[in-house]
Ligand binder design. Structure first.
Ligand code: HEC
Length: 191
């Protein structure tokens, strides 16, 4: 009951509530928690990557499972682990996160949409065999890319789970990993 209320609070006022969250959890704990969350996703990406590289047999059930791990770690599940200015110890987070909080949140939410789309596209295997081939450069993909580069990441109706669900799953996977990179490039310190 309490948990449900908290979730609703976080969901309904993530932008306002986020800076207040830090007053509660220990910052060290939060940094560790989000590193664990990121590492979980890395594991799921590894599994998917093996499938789309052809190192592992295509299995829609495994694709769905991995996509769900990522989806469940997206959006508020991720951003709630970034209370204001929580950079401590080994953290590689950049202060820019909190200067551009809405943009950061959008990337986390977009990941939720794409991973849901990947889950729903798991049966669309036809592109899998050519994951690194010319399909990636098709007109559809380029259109999607230029849309993403336009700064309206949440803008078009193309950016919906339904849209991704209709695409070959390897393309959705590529968009998912591009989204990880977009966030890291901007908001994570390079090693
Ligand atoms: C909304 C932004 C954002 C998205 C999206 C995102 N990350 Fe991260 N990620 C970060 C930030 C910021 C850090 C640094 C956190 C810190 O060190 O405090 C990080 C750190 C990591 C780390 C290092 C964890 C550690 O143990 O130090 C891994 C691995 C990682 N991310 C994987 C992923 C993968 C895989 C995806 C996509 C499925 C992803 N991330 C999506 C922002 C993001």
């Amino acid at each position: 009951m309490l948990r449900k209320t908290l979730t609703v609070l976080v969901l309904s006022s993530a932008v306002i509530a986020a800076p207040m969250v830090q007053a509660h959890g220990g910052a060290k704990g939060v940094v560790k928690e989000r590193m664990d969350l990121m590492d979980d996703m890395k594991g799921a990406i590894k599994t998917l990557s093996a499938i789309y590289k052809g190192e592992r047999a295509y299995d829609a059930e495994i694709v769905r499972k991995a996509a769900l791990v990522i989806r469940n770690h997206s959006g508020d599940a991720m951003t709630r682990l970034f209370p204001k200015n929580s950079i401590h110890g080994p953290s590689e987070a950049k202060p820019l996160i909190w200067q551009e909080w809405e943009r950061f949140e959008k990337l986390a939410k977009r990941q939720q949409v794409i991973s849901q789309g990947l889950h729903d596209a798991a049966e669309n295997q036809q592109g899998a065999a050519q994951a690194n081939g010319h399909m990636m450069g098709s007109a559809g993909m380029m259109g999607q890319k230029s849309m993403m580069g336009g700064g309206h990441m949440m803008g078009g109706e193309m950016d919906s789970a339904e849209h991704y669900a209709a695409m070959p799953s390897n393309m959705v996977f590529k968009m998912l990993t591009d989204n990880c990179s977009s966030c890291h490039t901007r908001y994570r310190v390079e090693d």
